[in-house]
Ligand binder design. Sequence first.
Ligand SMILES: CC(C)(COP(=O)(O)OP(=O)(O)OC[C@H]1O[C@@H](n2cnc3c(N)ncnc32)[C@H](O)[C@@H]1OP(=O)(O)O)[C@@H](O)C(=O)NCCC(=O)NCCS
Length: 175
Amino acid sequence: MKIRESVENDKKSIRKVHQNAFDQSEGETVSQLAIDLLEDKTALPILSLVAEQDNEIIGNVIFSSVNIEGVEGVSSYILAPLAVTRFAQRKGIGTLLINKGLETLKERGAEIVLVYGDPNYYMRTGFKAGHNLKPPHKLKYPEEAWMAQELVESILTKTQGTVRCAMSLSSPEYW
Ligand SMILES: CC(C)(COP(=O)(O)OP(=O)(O)OC[C@H]1O[C@@H](n2cnc3c(N)ncnc32)[C@H](O)[C@@H]1OP(=O)(O)O)[C@@H](O)C(=O)NCCC(=O)NCCS
């Protein structure tokens, strides 16, 4: 199994991974989000990683750029979406995709990474609630689901404001 950055040709397989991993209607929404983000200029710079086994794509994670209102020069990203194809789940592939993503973003100068998801899952890779960054919309899920992690020491204590995502992620239905 290898993890690499996705290329234009991977889009069809990326869509399939999300369709397979999520329940049917969520699968349609999330797979469309993944494709929209990959084509969204407001998401740049973007990092999209795929897990590939025997020439088949079995996992995908996307990190797209966000701005923090009133804050200049703090390179920040949000992790969404993440999926691992059903037969390959619970083998550590999701964790590997996240960790490889965080490592790559750090090398590229990223300072803050956000995620909105299950705290039990994302706490395992260093995300925590209780920071000073406000979500772009009112949240459907409890505050604990709105997490961040710093790739540079103390940046989260020094940074506050409202997060503004790429256009494709800004629709209230995702929040
Ligand atoms: C969530 C998901 C990406 C995790 O990827 P994965 O490769 O299966 O996860 P890992 O093997 O790295 O980690 C597995 C551990 O995470 C936990 N875990 C897995 N899925 C979880 C979930 N949906 N919620 C909470 N914890 C979860 C389990 O405790 C598991 O540990 P265990 O096997 O020791 O019990 C994958 O299951 C998936 O695609 N699910 C459907 C889509 C989805 O919910 N995506 C998240 C969007 S925010």
